[in-house]
Design a protein around this ligand. Sequence first.
Ligand SMILES: [Zn+2]
Length: 228
Amino acid sequence: MNTTVPVGAVYAPDSELDWSESLVAGTVVLDERVASNGPWSAVVRQGEVLTIVDVGGNQSADCIMYNAENTDERYSVPDTLAWQANAYVRTGTVLRSNEGRPLMTVVANEIDRQDTIGGACSKESNTLRYGHHVMYHHGCRENFLAEASRHGMGARDLVSNLNWFMNVPVEADGALGIVDGMSGPGKRVAIRAEMDVLVIVSNCPQMNNPCNDFNPTPLRMIVVTPDA
Ligand SMILES: [Zn+2]
């Protein structure tokens, strides 16, 4: 059988894993591990800081954020990029909603740049790109749907997302690439909630292109109330 999916879509036993710690000092209010390929969500209260740890390196953490009190207000890629007049997410980037308001701010970041243009994978896009033999392999959209359903949301509530730790360079001619990541085991990003924010993450299960280095690995999510 011809397949682009490596046997056993579980991270390799010899993978280097670095669980790291919160990037910002504070009192821990949540500390969870996200299995490779799986979804996750939590409400991060205003002022709290979420650290996402790329435990195995080169793992895309696809992410959508919502106003926890009114999920009609949600993350907006064009608002975020237009306000800062830059295509990349870096320390200082304000992640804005479809109403232009700050949802979260990147307060620390251990890789050069984060992507919010490349979008999320799905079983439909995988089937178009890679063939029918991958149609039963779930993608980030399926993770988003499963996790959003726990908060009373469905397909209409999924919007363009942010990809923590994914490397999507914008070339000089404007072309986009999805290439091997710049991250590594234990690399982190820290984002502060500017209102109560529902954060939904898909630990990307993609095995057909290099966005996860063909080895999906776990994530660690740590929420702290920062030290004053
Ligand atoms: Zn994905």
